[in-house]
Design a protein around this ligand. Structure first.
Ligand SMILES: *Cc1c(COP(=O)(O)O)cnc(C)c1O
Length: 457
């Protein structure tokens, strides 16, 4: 999502060049017509920039229906979907348990702006099964959760500066729409028009997986850092799996400087396991943020911490944060239904094994043919990288030129009934609804696409 932010301004309209592959291009007549109409209503024809297909060929597909691991577009093309609404759909599309619960709750009305028992129910499911939070607050998006977590950290510590890492995306809140300037430790430069320079100066941006940069940042901004925010495992700009030593060091240095550690687990929460990346690393973040999976496909975000830290949130404390539709009963119902399924014993083991097998077998194919291609995988998240590096842990290590190969692959996969997010910087997700049969089909399509990408190697 980070990269697509830049792409939004780059104006590649994605004209489809002549297809030199073995499959004809799918029909996009109806999608293309809908897109033309959408462009008269919405900037770029979309309500979130990456959906506009600026980084791949062709016009965006308008989705009509989803079921299990499949989606169908307006032209009736069927795809095995690895985007999963960008992560929330860990059980696949239109899961019967979620649909039934939501439908049942909706019969009694859709919003009250007053507390409901459903909020307690979802909160109890989370807090009972997660050692990182004692109290929580629901929001309506991941962005809101992160924005509130930052305010909480500032309110709690009485300090203003935030350290973030280049290559991490935390939603579109002003304080975090910043990128690194030149030099090891820098004030952020805004990465969007409309963000005041003075806001960006409160955010320090440093490279991932770099203990020296972290030390230098804390030295330079002594006693000013309220919090360090990091994605549980950075998965918005490639999949940048951090070393255990780095996460350990990060915790240690935050403690030394009385800065809070915020794990933004909007993707990784309930994805790597019920307790997300914090459990994966055995880390103890001070504040965690969730989104995506937590709402079962409806708009829910959440931030949480110890009871002591959360005691600073209004009305208990002086940090203000609110939401007309926060804890919306229909959204809570979807979250309850989804998280209940995730708590079944063996759920993650089965899902993660399936994803690992999928990733490994694609890697074996590429390696056997000497293709400069690497499948990075953690839990049920995977990322296809056109590289011969065995590790990619920073944004700087990604070669932008490799994205041309992804473009070709994306198109070949669409033509073979496989839907990936429309950018080579985005990760893919395996859901519980992907059966061995569909994963096998997807693999064959991926092998064919790789052969085509590397044909003129
Ligand atoms: C998606 C995402 C967000 C933003 O969530 P929205 O619901 O899109 O506002 C924040 N942080 C991370 C790590 C994300 O992946």
């Amino acid at each position: 999502m980070l990269e697509s932010l830049k792409k939004m301004f780059s104006g590649n309209e994605g004209e489809i060049p002549v297809n030199t592959g073995s499959k004809p291009d799918i029909s996009r007549e109806k999608s293309a017509a809908l897109y033309e109409k959408a462009k008269t209503f919405f900037p770029g024809g979309v309500n979130s920039p990456v959906r506009a297909f600026k980084s791949v060929y062709g016009t965006p597909l308008f989705i009509q229906k989803g079921d299990g691991c499949f989606v169908w577009d307006a032209d009736g093309n069927q795809f095995i979907d690895f985007c999963g609404s960008w992560g929330p759909l860990i059980l696949g599309h239109n899961h019967p348990k979620i649909r039934e619960k939501v439908t049942e709750v909706m019969q009694s009305g859709m919003s009250f702006g007053a507390p409901t028992a459903l909020e307690n129910e979802l909160a109890e499911l989370i807090i009972k099964n997660n050692k990182h939070v004692e109290k929580i607050r629901f929001t309506s998006s991941g962005t809101e959760a992160v924005m509130s977590a930052i305010r909480l950290a500032r309110g709690y510590t009485g300090k203003d500066k935030i350290i973030k890492f280049e290559g991490c995306y935390h939603g579109h809140t002003d304080a975090l729409l910043v990128k690194a300037g030149s030099g090891l430790v820098t004030f952020g430069e805004t990465s969007s028009l409309g963000v005041p320079k003075s806001f960006a100066e409160e955010t320090i941006v440093i490279p991932l997986n770099d203990t020296a940069a972290l030390t230098a940042a804390f030295d330079q901004f002594k006693d000013q850092v309220a919090a360090v925010i990091i994605e549980g495992i950075p998965a918005n700009n490639g999949l940048l799996i951090q070393d255990q030593e780095f996460i350990d060091f990060l915790q240690k240095i935050c403690k030394e400087h009385q800065a809070l550690l915020i794990f933004d687990e909007v993707i990784t929460g309930f994805r790597l396991g019920f307790e997300g990346a914090a459990a994966y690393y055995g880390a103890k973040p001070d504040i965690v943020t969730y989104g995506k999976i937590i709402g079962g496909g409806l708009p829910v975000g959440m931030y949480g911490a110890s009871a002591e830290i959360m005691g600073h949130i209004s009305p208990d404390g002086g940090v203000y944060q609110a939401g007309t539709l926060s804890g919306n009963p229909v959204a809570m119902a979807a979250g309850i239904a989804q998280l209940t399924e995730l708590l079944r014993s063996g759920f993650y083991k089965e899902l993660n094994n399936k994803a690992a097998e999928f990733a490994e077998s694609i890697q074996r194919f590429a390696t056997a043919r000497n293709y400069a291609f690497k499948v990075f995988n953690v839990g049920s998240i995977f990322w296809f990288a056109f590289t011969d590096q065995t590790k990619i842990q920073t944004a700087e290590a990604i070669d932008p030129a490799s994205m041309e190969k992804f473009k070709v692959m994306h198109r070949e996969l669409l033509n073979r009934g496989i839907y990936l997010g429309p950018s080579g910087y985005e990760v893919g997700f395996v859901s519980a609804a992907h059966t061995k049969i569909e994963l096998e089909k997807a693999k064959r399509a991926i092998f064919d696409a790789l052969d085509l990408v590397f044909r003129n190697k």
